[in-house]
Design a protein around this ligand. Structure first.
Ligand SMILES: [Zn+2]
Length: 484
């Protein structure tokens, strides 16, 4: 018996700004608790909010990056509830006129979990967005047994809420969606979106039903998941739990649950009956926003998105779609790749291969990020130009690279020379070739009978004779001239 899973996400993402949403306090992480506070973000009576223009502009920019529209006028509302981390008893947010509406997030295939990557059910998936609104983050409370402590440094940090349509169908899709969204927001300069720092948090709505024609099942909300892998685990658990109950004839009641990642289970928090009635009303302290002039201001800041960059690489450098997407996904890697390929003498395909298969491996072994690579992109470009020009074999280039990693100031050509990787003089090479030909009459006969692949065997023999110093490309050319 099968069933359908329907998932919608609400992603809370801290906007990268120097100061808070409605006051001039610095935004901070891991500073001494309660050192970045003022009457506004402490929620003291009578304190008046002042809008942070940067937070609004960045949210509008996020909307442009995600193909959202914006209403002409966007306004602020109060969402009323009592909670210790929100002492003024309301959160300033946006209800009916958010900054951004609609839009979509491309889910990049390479962002699926490894075990799903080989068989993605819906490749090239796009997830529709419902809206993005801006609000203030709450204070951070930590519960210690019977008491709680609270830190207001986080209170008032600008927080975007990105709400999807119920377009997702599995935990793997949610995983890939979040990684793709995170990537777009990070590269667009909107947010650092670091889940470990709580800059990206996620509520998940899940329901299941038996078949397409059935109405949606009652949805269960999982609150405040703070890692992408926890989102995946929580969804898998919840789908299993709901399916077992459905089979046992138990209807789901619309409710909110808490995910306990340590125990690997969800626990009921509250059902619809005791859900909050927030009594939203327009904020009397803040003026509505005309979005058009702000949109015009931020439009020039719109950067290339990972999928656009990948398409450009595919077209300009003629590399595979997969390599293009891997390079484009990581901004420092993309910048490095462009620097390697910049001189135009190295075909993109070869630059990409060398980067992905050789350089990244060596850097990984040394736990060095590409952004800290000791050898610059242009220098690797120079090295590959030597390979392209037939002066150096690819495996020799790897050895030169190893030396360059230790001595980044050295010149690739000089290093190659000092290692004895010089183009051998032609007469010496010819001599080695003649030697190899006369020593292997059987193979020569086969080559001349049409088995041209055997030339590689002779090339190998010549390489041995030259003690590995000859250039295999050059050797093969000489052998072909002599035999074919
Ligand atoms: Zn403040």
């Amino acid at each position: 018996m099968s069933f359908l899973v329907t998932i919608g996400l609400e992603v809370h993402c801290q906007v990268k700004t120097n100061t808070k949403m409605f006051c001039a306090c610095e935004t901070s992480f891991a500073d001494e608790p309660n050192t970045h506070t003022c009457p506004v973000c402490l929620g003291l009576p009578g304190a008046l909010p002042v809008l942070n223009r940067h937070a609004i502009e960045k949210t509008l920019l996020a909307g442009l990056l995600l193909d959202c529209g914006s209403p002409e006028i966007s306004k602020w509302d109060r969402k009323n509830y009592f909670y210790p981390d929100m002492p003024k008893n309301y959160q300033t947010t946006q209800m009916d006129l958010p900054l951004c509406i609609g839009g979509e997030v491309p889910v990049y295939d390479f962002n699926y979990p490894t075990d799903v990557k080989k068989d993605i059910p819906r490749p090239g998936l796009k997830i529709r967005l419902n809206r993005i609104h801006l609000e203030e983050d709450v204070a951070k409370s930590t519960h210690l047994g019977t008491s709680s402590i609270i830190d207001f440094n986080r209170a008032g940090t600008p927080l975007m809420e990105i709400v999807t349509e119920p377009d997702l169908q599995s935990s793997a899709e949610a995983f890939a969606f979040l990684r793709s969204l995170q990537m777009i927001l990070q590269q667009g300069g909107i947010s650092d979106a670091d889940m470990e720092k709580g800059q990206l948090r996620c509520d998940v709505n899940i329901s299941i039903r038996r078949r397409e024609t059935d109405p949606y099942g009652n949805r269960i909300e999982l609150k405040n998941l703070n890692s992408i892998s926890a989102v995946r685990r929580a969804i898998d658990y919840e789908v299993e739990r709901q399916w077992e109950e459905l089979q046992a004839g138990i209807e789901q009641v619309q409710s909110t649950r808490r995910w306990d990642d340590d125990r690997g289970e969800s626990q009921l928090l509250r059902t619809k009956e005791d859900a909050h009635d927030y009594r939203y009303f327009p904020c009397p302290d803040l003026l509505p926003i005309h979005t058009a002039p702000l949109l015009e201001k931020v439009r020039p800041l719109l950067s290339e998105r990972p999928h656009e960059r990948a398409t450009r690489y595919e077209n300009d450098y003629e590399i595979t779609a997969y390599d293009a997407s891997v390079l484009a996904a990581d901004l420092p890697l993309a910048t490095y790749f462009e620097a390697v390929a910049a001189n135009g003498k190295v075909p993109g395909k070869k630059a990409a291969n060398f980067l992905l298969n050789v350089l990244l491996g060596l850097l990984n072994e040394r736990s060095i990020a590409i952004s800290d690579a000791p050898v610059s992109g242009p220098k690797v470009g120079q090295l590959l130009t030597l390979v392209e020009g037939g002066q150096l074999a690819l495996n020799q280039a790897k050895e030169v690279l190893l030396v360059l990693l230790e001595n980044p100031d050295k010149d690739p050509g000089e290093v190659a020379q000092s290692m004895g990787f010089e183009p051998a003089d032609a007469s010496e090479l010819e001599g080695f070739c003649d030697q190899a030909i006369s020593a292997n009459p059987k193979q020569v006969a086969e080559i001349q009978a049409g088995n041209e692949k055997l030339v590689n065997f002779l090339t190998g023999q010549v390489m041995k004779l030259s003690k590995g110093k000859a250039n295999p490309k050059q050797v093969t050319e000489i052998l072909q001239k002599k035999l074919l």
